[in-house]
Design a protein around this ligand. Structure first.
Ligand SMILES: *Cc1c(COP(=O)(O)O)cnc(C)c1O
Length: 369
């Protein structure tokens, strides 16, 4: 019973293609860590993880412990790094599910050490983003010397790796230099720092010369370039996601009749209206301010009219023939040039593609092939 109401359709051939594109610009020793936070950016983390694992990706990252547990319960065996904070009363779960916790700051490391759980960790280094991470070398050194935690890696996050502004590039270079300085100091101290990783999607495209053990990739795997800014390298990436729904009912209305809550749409002509089984309860961010958002019916563009409801929305299908209840409708297609590409739709909603996609709710089904 799939593809009933509203679903995300994943093209796994494209996922593999994207992974190979990314691999083609990485050094021999560098591997992809797939970032699957927020339900893999709305793509369905279990479905994506299984496929990533099939194509040889051996490390995953998520934001929260619940996201990690979801993967383990779906029989994902690879290493899983939690990028965010885990409350101390949940740390036993880290152990139980054999997860890797990020050291978010020095206090946190001390707490973990006191709890004597011997959990696996990666140290996060704050090189300038000032979100999470340890800022000082001496503290990093202390963490590596702690007896009751296992430190398996050290990483940092760049906060402007997508930018072409000269000051941002200088800042990014400083972040990278600080990271390697700490790394070298640890080595000089006789400490083995473990796995290294710095770059995420835009970092890989703009700073490909940096060699670490892993790159942490979300966007590029899903075939999405989130911004228009030019990058040093370009890859031929293909979006892997389509969002689809079905027509649940079709009706004719007369000129000057209205559609939906608060009667926001008024027909200029006698019109044909189709109701779709998808709404804001599925994660569509459309509100009454959104204009000119289209969907594809029978390969023709049809406009969303009136206010989007919780479980449904209406489109104007006047002039589109040969449509019936139950027909498939595409809200987001995987052609990046299309009027209904994720880029174009997110832009109309005044949000990033990441924000748009991560709003999808549990009601959406995930189907891949
Ligand atoms: C989300 C995230 C990533 C992945 O970013 P993309 O731009 O989607 O590749 C990598 N590292 C950290 C710390 C993140 O939070």
């Amino acid at each position: 019973m799939s593809r009933q109401r509203a679903w995300v359709e994943l093209d796994f051939e494209r996922l593999e293609h994207n992974a190979n594109e990314i691999r083609s610009i990485l050094s021999k020793k560098t591997k992809i860590m797939a970032v699957l936070k927020a339900n893999a950016y709305g793509h369905g983390s279990v479905e994506i993880a299984k496929e990533c694992s099939r194509i040889g990706i051996d490390f995953f990252a998520v934001a929260t412990i619940n996201e990690a547990i979801e993967l383990r319960e779906a029989a994902i065996k690879e290493d899983i790094l939690i990028l965010g904070y885990t409350p101390l009363n949940m740390l036993e779960q880290i152990k139980k599910y054999d997860l890797i916790q990020t050291i978010v700051d020095f206090d946190y490391a001390n707490r973990l050490n006191e709890m004597k759980l011997n959990i696996r960790t990666h140290v996060k280094l704050d090189t300038g983003m000032h979100r999470i991470g340890i800022q000082y070398y001496n503290e990093v050194l202390d963490v590596y010397k702690m007896k009751n935690i296992i430190v398996e890696g050290i990483y940092t996050h760049l906060c402007a790796s997508d930018s072409n502004i000269i000051e941002d590039k200088e800042f990014t270079d400083k972040q990278i230099n600080m990271y390697f300085k700490v790394y070298t100091q640890l080595k000089n101290e006789g400490i083995e720092p473990g796995l290294t990783h710095i770059l995420s999607s835009y970092g890989v495209l703009n700073y490909p010369e940096i060699e670490c053990d892993y790159v942490r990739i979300g966007n590029l795997l899903f075939g999405i370039k989130a911004f228009d800014t030019s990058t040093k390298l370009n890859l031929n990436l293909k979006p892997i996601l389509e969002l689809k729904t079905r027509i649940m009912s079709i009706r004719s209305i007369e000129k000057e009749e209205t559609v939906g809550y608060n009667r926001l749409f008024c027909a200029k002509l006698n019109s044909k209206i189709a109701t779709l089984s998808v709404g804001y309860g599925d994660g569509l961010p459309y509100n009454q301010k959104i204009e000119d958002v289209y969907v594809l019916v029978n390969n023709k563009l049809a406009k969303i009219v009136g206010k989007v409801c919780m479980d449904s929305c209406m489109i104007d299908v006047t002039g589109i023939n040969e449509i019936h209840d139950g027909d498939e409708v595409t809200l987001i297609c995987n052609d990046s040039q299309s009027e209904v590409s994720i880029r174009s739709i997110a832009q109309k909603c005044n949000m990033s593609t990441n924000e748009f996609l991560s709003r999808f709710t549990r009601r959406i089904e995930f189907v891949g092939e």
